[in-house]
Design a protein around this ligand. Sequence first.
Ligand SMILES: Cc1cc2nc3c(=O)[nH]c(=O)nc-3n(C[C@H](O)[C@H](O)[C@H](O)COP(=O)(O)OP(=O)(O)OC[C@H]3O[C@@H](n4cnc5c(N)ncnc54)[C@H](O)[C@@H]3O)c2cc1C
Length: 391
Amino acid sequence: MKLGLRYAADRLSGRRGTRLVMGNALVAQLFSSALKSGVLFAFETRVAQLSHDAGSFDVRVRSKQSEIAMRARNGVILAAGGFSGNTGLREQWLPEHGAQRTVAHAGNDGGGIGLGMALNAAVEVDHGSNAFWMPVSTLQRADGSTAHFPHIALDRAKPGSLAIDVSGRRFTNEANSYHHFCEAMLAQMADKSSNRFFLIADMSFVRQYGIGLIRPTARPARRFTDSGYLLRATSPQSLAEQLSVDSVALEQTLIRYNENAERGVDPDFHRGESALNRHNGDASTAPNPCLRALDLDDLCAVELTVADLGTSAGLATDDRARVLDRSGLAIPGLYACGNDMASMMRGAYPGPGTTLGPGMTFAWRAVEDLSSSMTASQCHGARGSTTAGNL
Ligand SMILES: Cc1cc2nc3c(=O)[nH]c(=O)nc-3n(C[C@H](O)[C@H](O)[C@H](O)COP(=O)(O)OP(=O)(O)OC[C@H]3O[C@@H](n4cnc5c(N)ncnc54)[C@H](O)[C@@H]3O)c2cc1C
């Protein structure tokens, strides 16, 4: 009640609620602290050009209204979010089957990496995976727009769901991290075993946990079934027909899954055995929080595709976030962090925070290194000077 009332009161005076949690709270605190420290922010503005000149940088900054030349006396930190939004770089650096879809911010168009490369920076493009991946389901809205739902943790690992490929068989442990789940999809696509994937559940699963864009409900809205986002069937054969998969194989897969689920084991893919699997499962389901049998008379499915959530390949840096040139030497005053910096994980995915953890750490390292080379008075008045007016 208190939350509801607070939200209603906020909406009387503003466009959104003012109670911030999780990432919103982190970023709002950072923004508020930066404003209090006198940091200048320019929205809808991009750095278009960067050149190095006698220990400082000339920066051309473009907004809708104007283009401004600035001089960065002490250094520049590139943090423009990697290349998820750059079609050319995606085709060059990502595997063919992963290059089609992204759920990252569209503005991350490789501009930062390009600015670094223009200054002879080296790029690392030989990671185990040059991006971090997420399975997504896609809804075509009536107005023609599309919505991608990232299947992060709300449904894949919950008891009573499984994923299949076009053969009608399971291909991986569905409760693994989204990155590893997608790596399994990409491997299937690379060896041409399959190019389509589906997450299957029954309607009591949807009632309890929801599936994709559908929140937990007994009656999914008609737009989900009418658009083909949610397919429903009263038998494995009918589901197989709708998915265009082998019906005998699908039935066998479901029967085997159910038999093993009754015993709480997954001899095929070991679902529910790791701490991450169990964490994302449902602790109230025993003996295995990731497994329970499906009702084969009330099935449903959504189609999954691979999308990247951010890129791993990027500008080569050292442990102080200094950008390295093609001979491995630090370019004085040039730093990179976030997804502009080649990920220290080199495409491996150890767990949640794989991009944000290093992003914050190396932003700190960059500022620490930059400020150690500045005098105290420079630190207090460290804004770049503009030669063509203020933003
Ligand atoms: C659904 C989803 C869930 C995720 N969950 C996690 C998670 O649990 N843990 C985790 O670690 N990561 C997670 N990530 C990934 C993480 O959010 C991103 O990798 C991270 O935000 C990238 O940070 P960044 O600072 O590099 O770029 P961003 O935060 O994207 O910021 C880059 C900014 O630079 C701007 N820009 C681009 N070009 C220019 C230019 N030329 N001049 C000026 N500005 C420019 C862009 O417009 C953008 O605003 C998730 C991502 C998604 C999509």
